[in-house]
Design a protein around this ligand. Structure first.
Ligand SMILES: CC(C)(COP(=O)(O)OP(=O)(O)OC[C@H]1O[C@@H](n2cnc3c(N)ncnc32)[C@H](O)[C@@H]1OP(=O)(O)O)[C@@H](O)C(=O)NCCC(=O)NCCS
Length: 163
């Protein structure tokens, strides 16, 4: 779906902080609805965002915001040159999408897809050969989006409750 009036631009710390924080809280609270062991978004937003921006510095990352009618309605964070420090992992640099969220009232209009494509374009510009992300197994919408955009499952994480 085309979004008339949608602008995607880099995060501007002088004006976008509160809106990105609000979007992060929506993201965290959505994920928490799938796993109640996670902390509420408002409890962890400041610490999380501080770390997210530190990792942008470390891994050549950028936060892109989606703007509709002068309001930020979502964001994506792409570390364009991420690598693992684990000795047994593939050491190559790759793009890594750490966060993607659209404000609930604006979902289903193609904005998430537009942000994902913009993040992918940044990774391509950086010259990496692949782009990675992870999501909860129960997040059907996100999984449908990623699959439709050409992502395939690369690793599967299992958990078994012992209680
Ligand atoms: C996942 C999310 C980012 C998608 O953004 P969006 O703007 O709503 O998605 P789009 O409108 O661009 O839709 C893209 C694709 O997502 C999937 N999708 C979107 N809404 C869906 C729905 N209600 N049911 C099933 N699939 C859906 C479809 O594959 C869709 O493609 P299509 O329109 O060709 O069928 C958004 O729903 C969101 O912020 N969710 C909560 C936070 C989250 O889960 N973030 C991802 C964590 S990894």
């Amino acid at each position: 779906m085309e979004n008339a009036g949608l602008e995607i631009r880099e995060y501007d710390p002088s004006r976008d902080g509160p809106a990105v924080r609000a979007c992060f809280i929506e993201l965290q609270d959505f994920e928490r609805s799938l796993d109640l062991r996670m902390p509420p978004g408002s409890d962890v937003a400041d610490a999380y965002l501080e770390r997210m921006f530190q990792r942008c510095d470390e891994f050549d990352g950028v936060v892109l915001v989606a703007v509709l009618e002068d309001a930020v309605v979502g964001f994506v964070t792409i570390w364009t040159r991420h690598h693992s420090d684990e000795p047994d992992d593939d050491p190559s640099e790759h793009g890594f999408i750490s966060d993607l969220v659209i404000s609930s009232r604006q979902r289903g209009r193609g904005i998430g897809r537009s942000l994902l494509r913009a993040a992918e374009a940044r990774a391509r510009e950086a010259g990496v050969r692949s782009i990675r992300l992870s999501t909860q197994a129960g997040n059907a919408k996100a999984r449908a989006l990623y699959t439709a955009e050409g992502f395939a499952e690369a690793e599967i994480y299992f958990e078994k409750p012992l209680a």
